[in-house]
Design a protein around this ligand. Structure first.
Ligand code: PBG
Length: 326
């Protein structure tokens, strides 16, 4: 035995010692809960591939958010399912759209007790299901920006705290920042889906929002997962264009990108633990193949350890009670 003797197990000996030396902790106040509001629904519509999640009618939203707040989660991310779709996604920016009504309702009820964030994109509102304006099967970048500006401003008018552009159009953060500032909403922040990958893990979400593209795929605007440096450029651009929070999405297959984001920028980093990541854990635990609570806490801690300050997750509401059980 060399002296001094090194024994890593000394500090692992008792639960109290382990608690004292714990560095990374998941806390509900750093979590964001995504919610689907459905203009067509009369009652909650369960999402088959996301057990435990439903598309909610507006009337059920307050109750859902109350439950979320009770679990220590203070932020939600709203997605809308409109009753009508068209070529340009106009349902996304009408003043009385489903998301705009949802924001108003929540701000009336909870005021600043809840952080209301909104997805700014076209895919859920267009007949073709793409995240931008389509011309001859091409997704047009610059014509889309004007629509994203309208959506963001309409969300700000309704009272959103932060808007989250997710269409991966070049220049979307700059355009939205300018539009918000010009309309008197300089206090409204931008959480940019900066490093958003073209991922198979969005599958269950597309079932939930009925937003799968009707032709082609999203590879001409979302990133390819073989190029880590592209993420750095995307994040650099968004930081310079005025993003308040940088997001990496999905989370688990991209822990290196989360770590890169944290070490390269001084902005808060959010990670989106997406629908497919949720579905995998749910499916395995329903089969009795994995312990759901332990798996979720281990995964979320891993995402935080990689560098995420904020985690967007469909498990958000469960974490507080699970932490108390372990
Ligand atoms: C909209 C959007 C998507 C997700 C968030 N915003 C779908 C997509 O890009 O196809 C996916 C979220 C999830 O899978 O949980 N563009």
């Amino acid at each position: 035995m060399v002296f001094p003797s090194v024994r890593m197990r000394r500090l692992r000996r008792t639960p109290a010692l382990r608690a004292m030396t714990t560095k990374v902790r998941v806390h509900p106040s750093n979590l964001v809960y995504p919610i689907f509001v459905d203009e067509n629904a009369k009652a909650p519509v369960p999402i088959k591939s996301m057990p435990g999640c439903s598309r909610l009618p507006l009337e059920h939203l307050t109750e859902e958010v109350r439950k979320t707040l009770e679990q220590g989660v203070k932020a939600i991310l709203l997605f809308g399912i409109p009753s009508k779709r068209d070529e340009t996604g106009s349902g996304a920016f009408t003043g009385d759209g489903i998301v705009q009504r949802a924001i108003r309702k929540l701000k009336d009820e909870f005021d600043d007790e809840v952080v209301v964030m909104t997805d700014v994109c076209l895919c859920g509102y267009t007949t073709h299901g793409h995240c931008g304006i389509v011309k001859d099967k091409e997704i047009m970048n610059d014509p889309t920006l004007e629509f994203l500006q309208r959506i963001a401003v309409s969300h700000a008018e309704a009272g959103a705290d932060l808007v989250a552009p997710s269409s991966m159009m070049d220049g979307q953060v700059k355009s939205i920042r300018e539009a918000l500032d010009d309309s008197g909403f300089s206090q409204v922040g931008i959480m940019a889906y900066s490093a958003k990958y073209a991922s198979c893990f969005y599958g269950p979400f597309r079932e939930a929002a009925d937003s799968a593209p009707s032709f082609g795929d999203r590879k001409s605007y979302q990133m390819g997962y073989r190029n880590p440096h592209e993420a750095l450029r995307e994040m650099e651009l968004d930081a310079n264009e005025g993003a308040d929070i940088l997001m990496v999405k999905p989370a688990l297959p991209y822990l290196d990108i989360i770590s890169l984001a944290k070490s390269s920028f001084s902005l808060p980093v959010a990670a989106y633990n997406v629908s497919g990541e949720y579905a995998m854990v749910k499916a395995a635990s329903q089969m009795g193949w994995i312990d759901e609570k332990a798996a979720v806490l281990e995964m979320l801690t891993g995402i935080k350890r990689a560098g995420a300050d904020i985690i967007i997750t469909y498990f958000a509401k469960d974490v507080e009670s699970w932490l108390n059980q372990l």
